[in-house]
Design a protein around this ligand. Structure first.
Ligand code: SIN
Length: 272
C-alpha cells in the first residue's frame, strides 16, 4: 500500500476452507507488510474468529464489556457507546499499540466493518520498524536497553479508556516492563515500541526526562513518510502487526452515522 506498509489480498473467500499453502502465504505477507487488507469479505462473528485463527491464537481482551454475546472471543468497536458521564466514547483515538500493558501483548488485531460512515473514520498506521531504521545513530544509542513501564491507563494520556470492571481488574497486571526497542520475533527487524496511552514512565528516568523523550520518539515515528492511512471499503478485513506498528482511529466523521466493526486480537510473545 505504501513503500513500507500494507498489502492488499484479493480473490480469496475466508468463509471457505483455506489450503495450507494459502495460509502460509497469508502469514508470510502479514509478517512482511505489517498490514493486510483482505478485500470483499462478508463475515459473521464466528467467521471472523475462523479467519483470525489462520494467523494465531485468540488473545483474551482485558475489558470484556465489548464482547459480542453470540461469540465472546470477538468484540465490537462502536461510536454509539458513551462514558458514564454521557460523553461519546470513540474507541482507538490517538496513536497506540494494543494492550501493551500485558506481559505478552497481542501480536495482531483484526477489524471487519459491519457499518461505516459515508466518509471518514479511517485507521492510520505508523511503521515503527521504518521509523527505527531512520533514527539518528545517537538516538538509537540513547534508547538501546531502555525499559518502559506500561499500565492499563497512563496518567499522562489525554485519551481516557473505559474503566475495567472489578473482575477484569483482577486479571490485568498492574504494570509491566517492555523494551523501548523491540526485535520482531519473526523477521528480526528492530522497532520503536512506545504507547502514549499506556506508558507511565521509563525505568531510571524521572518524568521530566522520560516524557520529552517519548514525545520526540512519537513525533519522529508518526511522520507522514512512515504512515499508511487505510480508507476502509465495505468488505475489508484488516489485520495488522502490533509488534511493529502504531495505529489510531479517526473520529472525523458525522457522528449521526454509525461506525460498527468486529474486532479481535491474537496472542503475542514477550517483547524482547
Ligand atoms: C483500534 O484501535 O483497535 C480501533 C481502530 C479503528 O477503529 O479504526
Amino acid at each position: 500500500m505504501t513503500g513500507n506498509t500494507g498489502a492488499e489480498v484479493i480473490g480469496i473467500d475466508l468463509r471457505q476452507s483455506i489450503s495450507v499453502q494459502e495460509r502460509t502465504a497469508l502469514n508470510r505477507a502479514f509478517v512482511e507488510h505489517g498490514v493486510l487488507v483482505v478485500r470483499d469479505q462478508d463475515l459473521a462473528p464466528t467467521q471472523v474468529l475462523g479467519a483470525a485463527e489462520l494467523f494465531g491464537t485468540v488473545f483474551h481482551q482485558h475489558n470484556t464489556r465489548f464482547a459480542i454475546p453470540e461469540c465472546p472471543e470477538v468484540h465490537y468497536i462502536s461510536n454509539q457507546d458513551r462514558y458514564p458521564d454521557g460523553t461519546r466514547y470513540i474507541p482507538g483515538e490517538g496513536w497506540h499499540t494494543d494492550h501493551s500493558n500485558d506481559t505478552r501483548p497481542p501480536k495482531a488485531t483484526l477489524l471487519h466493518a459491519v457499518t461505516l460512515p459515508d466518509v471518514g473514520g479511517d485507521t492510520q498506521y505508523a511503521n515503527m520498524a521504518a521509523a527505527y531504521s531512520a533514527l539518528p545513530a545517537g538516538m538509537r544509542e540513547r534508547i538501546a536497553g531502555l525499559m518502559a513501564i506500561h499500565v492499563y491507563q497512563s496518567s499522562h494520556s489525554d485519551r481516557q479508556l473505559m474503566r475495567l470492571s472489578e473482575a477484569n481488574r483482577e486479571r490485568v497486571p498492574n504494570a509491566v516492563l517492555h523494551p523501548i526497542v523491540r526485535t520482531h520475533p519473526e523477521n528480526g527487524r528492530k522497532s520503536i515500541y512506545i504507547n502514549p496511552i499506556r506508558i507511565e514512565g521509563i525505568v531510571g528516568f524521572d518524568h521530566r526526562e522520560a516524557l520529552p523523550l517519548l514525545e520526540e520518539l512519537l513525533h519522529h515515528a508518526t511522520q507522514e513518510a512512515f504512515q499508511y492511512r487505510h480508507e476502509r471499503r465495505s468488505g475489508d478485513l484488516v489485520i495488522w502487526d502490533n509488534r511493529c506498528l502504531l495505529h489510531k482511529a479517526n473520529g472525523d466523521y458525522d457522528m449521526g452515522q454509525a461506525r460498527y466493526l468486529y474486532r479481535l486480537m491474537l496472542q503475542g510473545d514477550v517483547p524482547t
